[in-house]
Design a protein around this ligand. Structure first.
Ligand code: ZN
Length: 352
């Protein structure tokens, strides 16, 4: 028995698995977009299962509040403020030196996503915002690469695969991303660690079987779980759920990949601040948002705008990031002249 067979023995003796299936996994390359809780749990499962190559892209650094659920990071990573992609890559290399691991501390955008996806055989969703999920969907459909959608917040999680040519895409099911501030974010609504494990477990079951060439009747299904009442809902997805006229999979108009649907972040000259204009402006209930942000600092609504300081977000100056939000979703993030910092803060506390 080869060394590889020893490592994967308990998987190889499962019904459906074989040396050939294991070889197919070794020949696969997963692109993990985002290395938060779902990205960590997914990457850990993929590398331990024997995927041959994994690329991780994440724009953030490890913080103490991540450690409750982001399973690849340590207390020391948080103290040192290591970029997540770097810390996760080091951990994954230590788990299986036979896996080719690359980590990129970068923001996934329309300008760079195709470069990262070039050799990918599957896209894994570890994202914290909808704008980038719609970008991932465009990449999947335009390049014919399966994309495993995955999201979790509060006690709930949801996953389904987008398999071009087989089932519906993200835009068939949800034609447009939610308006800014509408969908809950983990930073506002919290996140229950076990919801991550269950959601990533279901999602990676599909991903690993697909890469290994093992089919199961539930492979195309949408699955949602609620770990407060223990409920799971399974919705079979297939060709029937593809929507006639879908802008992505039927009309092949990849608006997010073309860059026309991404939020715009503009540095405000000399002000150590950036304006963020979300791709989809809408009407935000500033009073409601103010209540949700109360746990993160002092916020108030005055003269039709929400203002406050994020007390857990230190800015380079030694002060803290300040947020001003207008009713249409536009925001000014003060504390850094870097657009990437502002978009990160916006996605975390308002939601993109
Ligand atoms: Zn579609």
């Amino acid at each position: 028995m080869s060394a590889g067979s020893t490592r994967f023995h308990r998987q190889l003796i499962l019904p459906g698995f074989s040396e050939a299936a294991q070889q197919r996994l070794r020949g696969s390359h997963a692109l993990v977009l985002g290395c938060g809780a779902l990205g960590c749990a997914s990457a850990d499962l993929l590398v331990r299962a024997g995927v041959g190559a994994i690329t991780l892209v994440d724009r953030d650094i490890v913080e103490e509040t991540n450690l409750q659920r982001q399973c690849l990071y340590t207390d020391e990573d948080a103290r040192r403020g290591v970029p997540k992609a770097e810390a996760a890559a080091a951990r994954l290399r230590a788990i299986d030196p036979g896996c080719s691991v690359r980590g990129w501390a970068d923001d996934v955008r329309s300008e760079n996503v195709l470069g990262y996806a070039e050799h990918a055989t599957i896209l894994i969703d570890g994202l914290d915002n909808f704008e980038t999920r719609y970008l991932a969907n465009d990449v999947a459909v335009s390049k014919g690469i399966p994309y495993i959608y995955c999201a979790a917040v509060g006690y709930e999680g949801m996953t389904f695969p987008v398999v071009p040519g087989e089932g519906p895409c993200l835009r068939c099911l949800y034609p447009e991303p939610p308006a800014p501030g509408v969908a809950p974010t983990c930073d506002r609504a919290g996140i229950f660690g076990p919801a991550i494990g269950v959601t990533a477990g279901f999602a990676m079951a599909v991903a690993i079987r697909r890469m290994a060439g093992i089919t199961a009747p539930s492979d195309g299904d949408l699955l949602s779980v609620d770990l407060l009442d223990g409920r799971t809902v399974r919705v079979p997805l297939g060709r029937e759920q593809r929507v006639a006229g879908c802008p992505a999979c039927e009309r092949r108009q990849f608006e997010f990949l073309a860059g026309g649907r991404s939020s715009q972040a503009t540095t405000l000259c000399g002000r150590n601040a950036v304006q963020v204009m979300p791709s989809r402006t809408g009407s935000i209930d500033l009073g409601e948002l103010c209540g949700k942000l109360a746990a993160h600092g002092s916020f108030s609504v005055e003269s039709g705008r929400l203002r406050g300081t994020l007390e857990r977000e230190p800015a380079q100056s030694g002060e803290h990031f300040e947020l001003t939000v207008f009713p249409d979703g536009r925001a000014i993030v003060r504390g850094s002249p870097e657009p990437a910092d502002a978009v990160r803060i916006y996605a975390k506390y308002i939601g993109l």
